[in-house]
Design a protein around this ligand. Structure first.
Ligand SMILES: [Zn+2]
Length: 211
């Protein structure tokens, strides 16, 4: 059992606590927090700070009913704990996205498999299964990509990521992750806005490149 060494940036936890993180990233952050005591403590602090701000601002700016609705939502257990419980390596938020079923893997070649949990205008989230020693197919993401390791590990130009570690990558990072030895690497990966290609031809080809 190795310690988690790559965490969610604090601004990201703040955005998650405020409910302003895009859904694909929310799912990954919620999953990381479910595995990481360090980020859970930081998140609880954001939640209490958010509640305190609402208490103060609420008197002037929010109607009583809206305020109590908002505070009730903040206090609701569902916002802190997913409805679904962890199952095997899959945290509660992932089980929720899977609606309680095991992943339905689709082969991508070279032993790599994926299960797309969500893919719409807000972005996409997928589970990836990468055999040990195998490179993750190059997927030229634009925008931001979050990757959370659920089993095994991967290594790229920025370091080693084991179970619970969260990698935050943007387009400036040209990375080539390779799954570590031992167990296959299973990770949860999210990207925002479905790849913002600017020219016409890449947009046409995008469905074929999408991993
Ligand atoms: Zn953390």
């Amino acid at each position: 059992m190795s310690a988690i060494s790559h965490h969610a940036p604090d601004e990201m936890l703040a955005a998650y606590a405020a409910g302003s993180l895009p859904q694909p990233f929310s799912l990954v952050v919620a999953s990381h927090v479910s595995l990481c005591a360090h980020c859970r403590v930081a998140l609880e602090a954001h939640w209490s700070a958010g509640g305190a701000v609402l208490e103060t601002v609420g008197k002037a700016a929010l109607s009583d009913s809206l305020k109590s609705d908002t505070l009730a939502r903040l206090d609701a257990p569902v916002s802190h704990d997913p409805v679904y419980r962890r199952s095997g390596i899959f945290p509660g938020p992932v089980m929720e996205a899977l609606k309680g079923s095991p992943p339905r893997w689709k082969t991508l070649g070279a032993g790599v498999r994926q299960d797309i949990l969500m893919d719409d205008e807000r972005g996409s989230v997928r589970l990836l299964y990468i055999p040990s020693g195998q490179a993750v197919p190059d997927h030229g993401h634009n925008g931001l990509e979050l990757t959370l390791v659920l089993q095994g590990s991967f290594t790229d130009e920025t370091g080693r990521f084991g179970v619970g570690d969260l990698e935050v990558a943007d387009e400036s990072l040209d990375h080539t992750p390779v799954a570590g030895q031992g167990e296959a690497c299973i990770c949860l990966a999210a990207t925002d806005a479905p790849l913002r290609f600017r020219s016409f031809i890449p947009r046409l080809l995008q469905p074929f490149f999408r991993i």
